[in-house]
Design a protein around this ligand. Structure first.
Ligand code: 5GP
Length: 185
């Protein structure tokens, strides 16, 4: 029988560049699988249902919780986000490495439920740098930006809980560090 694969959690404040890092990592390591989360937030421009997220209504999300289909879930900025248990556990049992890109509350739930998951925290070089990145995306209202920055402070204070901390200062060198780490697991 094949050895079970590894679950890898990548957490870090919104806007820190987790998405770009993961997309580049997947290009270089196509054997990795990035789990597709469920969310109740509306799709942003260009986001495709079933590819970026499964976009659910609050009632559909609630039903996923009740049917115990979610490995973890959390509320973030007024919306719900969660990891679908089945596709993740199936791939792990087939020996694949699976990455979850999730926020802090969910990462803590995974720590309880899957203690041998490897948890990575991505930090910005500074809070000021993070604010510049969030603003330059141009996707959020002023209220949402304030919320994301307050949330970022809470998440940064928890960075020490993680197995590995990565500062996304220079994308290429952060990517190299991440790749080396993931391939060593
Ligand atoms: P966004 O709305 O910018 O796509 O995501 C907002 C936050 O939700 C990000 O920090 C992202 O990592 C997190 N997130 C995305 N999917 C999940 C999930 O399945 N579970 C949890 N707990 N957080 C998620």
């Amino acid at each position: 029988m094949k050895d079970p694969g590894q679950l890898i959690v990548l957490t870090g404040p919104s806007g820190v560049g987790k998405g770009t890092l993961i997309q580049r990592l997947l290009q270089d390591c196509p054997e990795l699988y990035l789990a597709i989360s469920a969310t109740t937030r509306s799709p942003r421009e260009g986001e495709v249902d079933g590819e970026h997220y499964y976009f659910l209504t609050p009632a559909q999300f609630q039903s996923q919780i009740e049917q115990k289909q979610l490995l973890e879930w959390a509320e973030y900025a007024g919306n719900y986000y969660g990891t679908l248990r089945e596709p993740v556990m199936q791939r792990i049992s087939h020996g694949q490495q699976v990455i979850l890109e999730i926020e802090l509350v969910g990462a803590r739930q995974i720590r309880e439920k899957v203690p041998d998951a490897f948890q990575i925290f991505v930090s910005p070089p500074s809070l000021g740098d993070l604010e510049t990145r969030i603003r330059s995306r141009g996707q959020d209202s002023e209220d949402a930006i304030t919320h994301r920055l307050n949330q970022a402070k809470i998440e940064l204070a928890a960075a020490h809980e993680f197995d590995f901390q990565l500062v996304n200062d220079d994308l290429e060198s952060a990517l190299q560090t991440l790749k080396t780490k993931v391939l060593s697991l």
